[in-house]
Ligand binder design. Sequence first.
Ligand SMILES: [Zn+2]
Length: 65
Amino acid sequence: MKIIKAGKVPEKVRRFECLQCGCIFDADEGEYKCEEFYGYYVQCPCCGEMTGRVLKSESELHEPW
Ligand SMILES: [Zn+2]
């Protein structure tokens, strides 16, 4: 997936930042996983690494990339 223009994020969609390559992307409920120990994680659509950082704050969401 590739984001052209970031939109308003519905509740079930979470925005992730890949710790490996820096890609920022939205994943919906069926795409990310949540485990007790690891928290949220998802496969990066850019580099394919499993990544786990969820962006939470408004400033993070609006960081240029
Ligand atoms: Zn990546």
